[in-house]
Design a protein around this ligand. Structure first.
Ligand SMILES: CSCCC(=O)C(=O)COP(=O)(O)O
Ligand SMILES: [Mg+2]
Length: 227
């Protein structure tokens, strides 16, 4: 029996094009100035040091670090220091009203219903916890943060690695089999299933499907119990 739900964000409850065509370009546009300006604040300096390690260049200059980060944005690489910096950069965009966090209407209805009926909801996304909370605080439906119990990002591990799901389950008062993981990406669902979680794929944008996981095109199908 499912007692809790962990949801992915992009492609599952949020349109992929909102992330790719709105959030990523905003981050790319503002990242150089943001890094130049905040490079000495501890929160940013820690991430810049991690970038230096990842590009195996301990002496990398700020422009070289910026180039690496912009390249990762271009290739949609889920690299933790980039995701952490993106969260910090998007804050201004949300606060200035440049955009609101996209949530599919059926996803909002589903999450609200589950919350109302007492099913605890958790988030696991490659976007940083800060980025997740901003998206929900400034969502199309207003502040959705009260719907969620806790948030996980790649600080706990990559989403395609079973051990990340083991680590999350260790922090929850449920066994793996009692938790449903929602995602649009087969490799993430495979990793969750290997860790013992129940899985359900959201198949909204023609993503690859796998017979290993139930799939729905929107949450109305889940709510009418067609899965
Ligand atoms: C949390 S909003 C930003 C989304 C993002 O940066 C991202 O990489 C989305 O990855 P997900 O794991 O939610 O598919
Ligand atoms: Mg996703």
């Amino acid at each position: 029996m499912i007692k809790a739900i962990i949801t992915d964000i992009e492609g599952t409850i949020t349109r992929i094009s909102f992330v790719k065509d709105v959030l990523f370009p905003y981050a790319a546009k503002h990242l150089p100035e943001f890094v130049e300006k905040h490079q000495h604040t501890p929160e940013v300096a820690t991430q810049l040091n991690t970038v230096k390690q990842l590009i195996a260049n301990p002496m990398a200059s700020v422009p070289e670090i910026i180039d690496a980060l912009l390249n990762w944005i271009k290739n949609d690489e889920k690299v933790t220091p980039l995701k952490q910096l993106q969260g910090l950069i998007w804050q201004a965009g949300y606060e200035n009203g440049d955009f609101t966090g996209h949530i599919y209407p059926d996803a909002f209805e589903f999450l609200s219903t589950q919350h109302r009926e007492g099913t605890p909801l958790y988030v696991y996304s490659s976007g940083s916890v800060k980025a997740q909370q901003l998206l929900f605080e400034y969502s199309d439906y207003g502040d959705m943060r009260p719907l969620f119990q806790a948030y996980f990002d790649t600080k706990i591990g990559g989403k395609k690695e079973p051990k990340s799901y083991h680590s999350i389950i260790e922090q929850l008062p449920y066994s793996a089999a009692e938790v449903l993981f929602l995602s649009d990406i087969i490799e993430e669902l495979d990793a969750a299933k290997t860790a013992g979680l129940a899985t359900l794929q959201l198949w909204r944008d023609g993503q690859a499907q796998s017979p290993a996981h139930n799939a729905i095109t929107d949450f109305n199908q889940y709510m009418s119990r067609n899965v």
